[in-house]
Design a protein around this ligand. Structure first.
Ligand code: CP3
Length: 359
């Protein structure tokens, strides 16, 4: 376990302050997929190396995690990795195919395949490389910004394990929920237990805040979400916080991001996550009414707004901050950046957040 005092002192902790509901000088800002192919220096590293080899090499993961911070005054670094390292650690093969994204050559076909999965108790021993990348990156950051660790949420991971790749309908994975509800709960339990161990490991290694990506929330209506997603998200938050406290570490703030899950905001506000991320389809004023005053909101500029000219980006950010207000707020996009975006337009986004949120 990395000791808190072996890390450099924080020079900028406004993301952590905003997550905890404390006062900030300006609104903190970062961007989902801020380390990625829109940066030429990332493409240069990526050309030399397979995606998962990059994830598995702490020096490389650290290097590309820091790339966006070397360019822009971002208020957070997010460790370069992927949510699919959990299915890998459970024994499944995952390939990252150019132009296609992640592919599982042998996805789960039916409940009988659950016996092939490794024990959730063993995942941490296979994910040491992520912990090493976090510890190294936390040191290399020199306190410039907090380091975000992350995982996928169980339903989102389950969907990939069954679909084997991206899907418009998620009909195979949703088919499990209707055909095999018991096996679905068993699979979700395996993923949930693995995720708790993994996130506790990340906190021990130096992650300062944890984001759980429920990227496939949009495929579940309110009932399926309540039955198959919400209990796992609750267990993850409660158990991670409990175990982090037992280890004598200070409370680690947690973010839940239900992409497309506007219908779930009220239920999520009842959990112990400090921060709720919203995508661009949710009106910030409505989101605040639903979640109440005691949660920090994160979001939610349409990523495609970064295709506009810099003056339009500036105007869109001004409007966004007016809607969210400057308290209990972390500025972000409503989802990840795309590879064909202009880095200078992210610079305009970050600059505008700081400019319009000064006291
Ligand atoms: O900068 C960061 O945000 C940190 C790194 C990060 C990656 N993936 C790197 C990555 C994070 C936080 C993720 C999370 C992730 N991975 C999610 C949740 C967020 C979301 O987008 O909803 C999901 C669903 C995945 C699974 C995944 N990984 C997909 C669907 C893809 C292909 C899509 C694409 O953009 O090509 C990936 C690949 C991936 N993960 C890339 C990066 C930089 C691009 C792959 C490459 O370099 O070839």
């Amino acid at each position: 376990m990395a000791e808190e005092n072996e890390f450099p002192a924080m020079k900028n902790d406004r993301l952590l302050r905003a997550a905890r509901g404390e006062e900030v000088d300006v609104v903190p800002v970062w961007a989902m997929r801020q380390a990625g192919r829109y940066l030429p220096e990332f493409r240069e590293e990526r050309a030399k190396c397979d995606f998962f080899t990059m994830c598995q090499t702490p020096e490389l993961s650290c290097k590309v995690t820091l790339q966006p911070l070397n360019r822009f005054p971002l208020d957070a670094a997010i460790i370069f990795s992927d949510i699919l390292v959990i299915p890998q650690a459970l024994g499944m093969e995952v390939e990252m195919r150019p132009g296609e994204g992640p592919v599982f050559p042998s996805p789960l076909r039916g409940p009988e395949d659950l016996t092939k999965l490794a024990s959730p108790a063993d995942v941490c021993s296979k994910l040491e490389y992520v912990f090493d990348a976090l510890t190294l990156t936390r040191k290399e950051l020199q306190g410039k910004a907090p380091l975000i660790g992350f995982s996928g949420a169980p339903w989102t991971i389950m969907a990939y394990m069954i679909e084997g790749k991206g899907s418009k309908t998620m009909s195979n994975a949703k088919g499990w929920l209707y055909k095999y509800p018991e096996a679905s709960h068993q699979l979700l339990k395996i993923i949930t237990d693995a995720t708790v161990n993994y996130l506790v490991g990340q906190a021990k290694a130096g992650a300062q805040i944890l984001q759980v990506f429920e990227s496939h929330a949009e495929h579940l209506g309110p009932d399926l979400f309540r039955n198959f997603a919400l209990p796992c998200l609750k267990q993850i938050c409660d158990e991670v916080k409990e175990r982090v406290s037992q280890l004598g570490l200070k409370n680690i703030p947690m973010i839940v991001f239900p992409k497309g899950g506007h219908f779930a905001l009220k239920d999520l506000a009842a959990l112990n996550y400090e921060v709720i991320g919203i995508d661009w389809t949710v009106d910030p004023i409505l989101a605040r009414q639903i979640v109440g005053p005691n949660k920090t909101l994160q979001g939610n500029l349409d990523p495609c707004a970064l295709y506009a000219d810099k003056k339009s980006i500036d105007g869109a950010v001004k409007e966004m901050i007016q809607k969210f207000g400057r308290d209990r707020y972390i500025a972000n996009l409503g989802h990840g950046m795309y590879p064909d975006m202009d880095p200078e337009h992210l610079a305009a986004f970050v600059e505008a957040v700081h400019k319009y949120s000064k006291k």
